[in-house]
Design a protein around this ligand. Structure first.
Ligand SMILES: [Zn+2]
Length: 313
């Protein structure tokens, strides 16, 4: 008899907790979400996970995978630190979920599970050398090299957002300066947009932002309407993205690069600039890789966490 197992993926973000059951083909069978109970702390959030698992769980559910936005110990199932959530230090999360649900539970880094989702069921399907980068609040990354997801010693591999890319004073979320994410993330784009609005208060970008601080989404929208201020911002963003992608290419040589996160929604507006800048910088004889947007979008991490659970059995 064929076993029709299902697998639960959990995407723990700084603001949203999302839980889904998927089948072996990567289809979402059921999904639930809740705002992370930040005030309630670790206990409350683990309780939220338990409650959402109970809602999506099916009789054939085999295992749970959790994408962790921070450092963890996969062997012990221990969350070591989540910068975006207070109190998450040395939390035996996998053991807790196992005790409450009776389901084997595994942890993996959030960018790595998103890459796994895209690799198995999204824009990286069938590609043996593949890079996934999420360009949002920060820059996260994960790499598949020779058909294997690269974890490295203690799982740090892929944190390319914190490779140093410029000498200019650009403070990063990690406490240092000049990191790729400090100049190329959605946060950096929004910061540049706010400064541009101050300089160009009559621009379409300023009009779209209105009274609120300009966002990366405002930039994309204004650029699509032909706003020269927004188009300049995206040209600068493309240059910073290309600078980091050239480093990625020289380090891992992916055949395809998949970009997720909010900034990737403007990829079509930046792609020609990115490709041209990369072409100029790559070693002679090498080609710019295929660069595509995420296919699973916001669900990459959710599906990927379940895929990780499935493949960890
Ligand atoms: Zn950094």
């Amino acid at each position: 008899m064929v076993r029709e197992d299902s697998f639960i993926g959990i995407d723990l973000g700084g603001t949203q907790l999302r839980v889904a059951a998927i089948d072996a083909a990567g289809r979402i069978l059921d999904r639930r979400a809740a705002p992370v109970d930040r005030a309630g702390g670790v206990r409350a959030v683990i309780g939220q996970m338990e409650a959402l698992i109970a809602k999506v769980r099916r009789p054939d559910t085999a295992v749970v995978g959790i994408g962790v936005p921070g450092a963890f110990d996969p062997g012990q199932g221990l969350v070591l630190d989540i910068p975006a959530l207070a109190g998450w230090t040395a939390i035996p999360l996998a053991t807790e979920i196992e005790a409450r649900t009776g389901l084997p539970t595994v942890l993996e880094n959030d960018a790595k599970v998103a890459a796994l989702g895209e690799w198995r069921f999204g824009a990286g399907r069938g590609i043996a050398d593949f890079a996934y980068l999420t360009i949002s609040t920060g820059i996260g990354g994960a790499f598949v090299v020779g058909d294997r997801l690269v974890r490295g010693f203690r799982g740090l591999a892929g944190e390319v957002g914190h490779t140093r890319i410029t000498d200019r004073s650009a403070p990063c979320s990690c406490g240092h300066e000049g990191c790729w994410e400090a100049v190329a993330s959605g946060t950096a784009l929004a910061r540049a947009a706010r400064m541009a609005v101050d300089r160009q208060p009559r621009s379409r970008l300023a009009a779209l932002a209105g009274e609120a601080p300009a966002t990366g989404e405002d930039v994309t929208r204004a650029a699509r309407e032909g706003c020269p201020v927004a188009l300049t911002l995206l040209r600068e963003e493309a240059a910073w993205l290309a600078a980091g992608l050239v480093n990625v290419q020289h380090a891992f040589s992916p055949e395809r690069v998949v970009l997720g996160g909010g900034v990737s929604q403007a990829l079509d507006l930046m792609l020609a600039d990115i490709r041209e800048a990369m072409r100029r910088r790559l070693l002679p004889g090498h080609e710019v890789p295929d660069i595509a947007s995420s296919k699973l979008g916001d669900d990459a991490g959710l599906i990927g966490a379940a895929v990780h659970a499935k493949e960890s059995r």
